[in-house]
Design a protein around this ligand. Sequence first.
Ligand SMILES: Nc1ncnc2c1ncn2[C@@H]1O[C@H](COP(=O)(O)OP(=O)(O)OP(=O)(O)O)[C@@H](O)[C@H]1O
Length: 113
Amino acid sequence: MNPDRFKHPLQGLFQLFKKDRKFLLHLIFAAAAICICAAVNITAVEWLFIITAVFLVLITETINSAIEYTVDLVTGDYHILARYAKDIAAAAVLLASVYAVIVGMVILIPYFY
Ligand SMILES: Nc1ncnc2c1ncn2[C@@H]1O[C@H](COP(=O)(O)OP(=O)(O)OP(=O)(O)O)[C@@H](O)[C@H]1O
């Protein structure tokens, strides 16, 4: 098995931790959500939804960062297509985050009322 198969993705994650504060922020929110879910003892199916939501946000943020690097590599100056590409990539993160908030609310609110 090629060791680079893991080496390069792990280097990518390291770069994300180093340069992308939003990725770290998402991780902190995810950790907080997971602690609350563990405290109220949610069901296995509910865990699946929470974990899916967490990974969806992290994956979209990862792809968003890759798109930002690629756009910056290709365009030095302002370009409307660069703006569209970055804004649309950011929109993917926003949609995933909205999904995560909805899932969190639907699952957690009943535990508090
Ligand atoms: N080369 C460019 N040409 C036109 N608009 C750009 C360009 N680079 C960035 N922008 C605009 O500025 C915004 C912020 O871009 P930036 O590269 O700073 O990413 P960011 O602040 O890390 O964004 P995100 O919140 O999506 O991670 C983009 O969403 C886009 O609207």
